[in-house]
Design a protein around this ligand. Structure first.
Ligand SMILES: NC(=O)c1ccc[n+]([C@@H]2O[C@H](COP(=O)([O-])OP(=O)(O)OC[C@H]3O[C@@H](n4cnc5c(N)ncnc54)[C@H](O)[C@@H]3O)[C@@H](O)[C@H]2O)c1
Length: 129
């Protein structure tokens, strides 16, 4: 089986400047994907891009707490790369949580996970990805 299981795929990974997101970005790129490093830490993000290679990765500042920045990141990706195949909503800070089932999306900010959910919900509703 080919190792390049993600060849030709375009992926946005939030929080990819470090930790789990960085590891995912490197793995995705190893498997042939082009990866948008969506994060708020410029220096670390650019180091990740350098380590992957500028032909396989790109840094885009995106604060997942800001809906406009999410919109811009998704729109930019689709316009520049013609597609968006994978979204990995990795960035987030999880605090104390109540019942997610009974919590309206607009109230999720207080639980510290609004950004992650907005990223997924907004992109799905707007672009169907
Ligand atoms: N590490 C663990 O054991 C663990 C366990 C369970 C869940 N998680 C979750 O997995 C995710 C990644 O964890 P990690 O340990 O790699 O964290 P990390 O702190 O190493 O990395 C988080 C990354 O997210 C970025 N980030 C933070 N706020 C952001 C924002 N508003 N917009 C965009 N990017 C932002 C940071 O700059 C950083 O690069 C988090 O959502 C975390 O809650 C981690």
């Amino acid at each position: 089986m080919s190792k390049l299981r993600l060849e030709g795929k375009v992926a946005i990974i939030t929080g990819a400047a470090s930790g789990i997101g960085e590891a995912a970005a490197k793995l995705f790129a190893e498997h042939g994907a082009f990866v948008i490093i969506a994060d708020i830490q410029h220096e670390l993000a650019n180091q990740v891009v350098d380590s992957i290679g500028g032909d396989k990765a790109f840094y885009r500042r995106c604060d997942v707490k800001d809906e406009n920045q999410i919109e811009e990141t998704v729109a930019y990706t689709i316009e520049k790369y013609g597609t968006l195949d994978i979204m990995y909503s990795n960035a987030g800070i999880i605090g104390s949580m109540g019942s997610l089932v009974r919590t309206a999306l607009g109230e999720l900010g207080k639980y510290g996970i609004k950004g992650e959910l907005y990223f997924s919900f907004w992109s799905f509703h707007t672009y169907g990805v």
